[in-house]
Design a protein around this ligand. Structure first.
Ligand SMILES: *Cc1c(COP(=O)(O)O)cnc(C)c1O
Length: 364
């Protein structure tokens, strides 16, 4: 009997996990007030944008990026407060660095693989990359008020010996900072790396960077995204140089392009512009939180980030109603049992926040 001819394309050559996955969904936001993705809503002042354009026009696009942009990294390390003797590596967004660290720890060929552990709900990419790389992912549920369940967390760390623990500080999508003493306990107990993800540092203003001095298993992960440069795709990881040297072996050569490097270099020289924008966002966050708390039908949670999580009786109806009024939030109500009823709103410009509050008023 003749074998039937293969049909093309033969997608079965792909890994089953990949074919079963769904691509990260980014909704089309054209024409909408975009309060879904923790972007800084402000653009650069026109004069500065022109100057940036001039700077970028001088970049040699025909050349690969430098193997080690040492001067830029030094500048960044200085601004970030990297302790002397510790190292820093750049990533195409902090997402890439999360993936690199997981790849470095994954033991695909060993039964069960390595364990990646995080309190949940949290930033989804820890779990997505862990599963993709053949790790076991253990999510330890937070308490209903989103504090760490420290007993459960320490117990899981002891029982599962995770290669990597991720702690988003503040946490996304809940917005809160975990208690420092509890994080210290995690650092004491974890057998492997503990990554403290400070994506929202500009709004939280609390950091673990100085602790790199005494914590050889700590990685402090940061990004320029939430500060107003989400389009650049530039993140950085800070740790003991021995860790960074290992991760660097997995970094694709030229992972950060010359344009993001040049733009970030320019913006570090004008950092106060971004910091002033973050100041406005922090005060708008506090105003927005008060306004949400004044609505008895909603429960709004504390936030140290540039977004606020709140619970509504009918989150789907509210999300759709806001969308019809041109306002895009993130509906996280179905993503974890502890987030039942919850929507997440990113802090926008004062005008955008006002439009959001007006629409909320009209819907209730
Ligand atoms: C947004 C976010 C990131 C991703 O940042 P990029 O640098 O844009 O890849 C990482 N961690 C957390 C907790 C985030 O919320």
């Amino acid at each position: 009997m003749k074998a039937s001819p293969p049909t093309f394309p033969r997608l079965e050559v792909l890994r089953d996990e990949v074919r079963a996955m769904r691509a990260y969904a980014v909704p089309d936001a054209s024409g909408l007030i975009k309060l879904d993705a923790m972007e800084n809503p402000f653009s650069l002042p026109p004069g500065l944008a022109r100057e940036l354009g001039e700077r970028l026009s001088a970049v040699a696009l025909n050349r690969y990026p430098p193997a080690d942009p040492a001067r830029f990294k030094q500048r960044l390390a200085q601004m970030a407060g990297l302790p002397a003797g510790k190292a820093l590596m750049l990533g195409n967004g902090s997402d890439e660095l999360i993936h690199l660290m997981i790849q470095a720890c994954a033991r695909r060929d060993e039964p069960g693989g390595a364990v990646v552990l995080a309190p949940t709900p949290t930033f989804v990419m820890y779990e997505v990359f862990a599963r993709l790389d053949g790790c076991r992912f253990t999510g330890v549920p937070l308490r209903p008020d989103f504090r760490l369940d420290i007993e459960a967390l320490l117990h899981a760390i002891g029982a599962q010996q995770p290669a990597l623990v991720f702690l988003a500080y503040p946490n996304n999508p809940t917005g809160n900072l975990f208690a420092r003493g509890e994080i210290e306990a995690v650092l004491d107990r974890a057998p492997g790396l503990v990554v403290i993800d400070e994506a929202y540092l500009p709004f939280a203003q609390h950091t673990w960077m100085p602790q790199l001095e005494e914590r050889p298993n700590l990685v402090v992960l940061r990004t320029l995204s939430k500060l107003g440069l989400a389009g650049l795709r530039l993140g950085y990881a800070c740790a003991d140089a021995r860790w960074i040297a290992e991760f660097d072996k997995l970094r694709p050569p030229y992972n950060v392009g010359v344009l993001p490097l040049a733009a970030a270099g320019f913006l570090l020289e004008h950092f106060e512009v971004l910091q002033r924008q973050a100041d406005v966002i922090r005060s708008e966050r506090d105003r927005l939180l008060q306004a949400l708390r004044a609505r008895p039908e909603l429960t709004a949670f504390d936030s140290a980030a540039n977004f606020i999580l709140f619970r509504a009786a009918d989150p789907d109806r509210l999300f759709d109603g806001l969308l019809r009024r041109g306002i895009l939030l993130k509906n996280v109500s179905g993503s974890h049992p502890l987030l039942a009823g919850c929507l997440r709103v990113t802090v926008g410009t004062p005008q955008e926040n006002e439009a959001f509050l007006q629409a909320l008023g009209a819907l209730s």
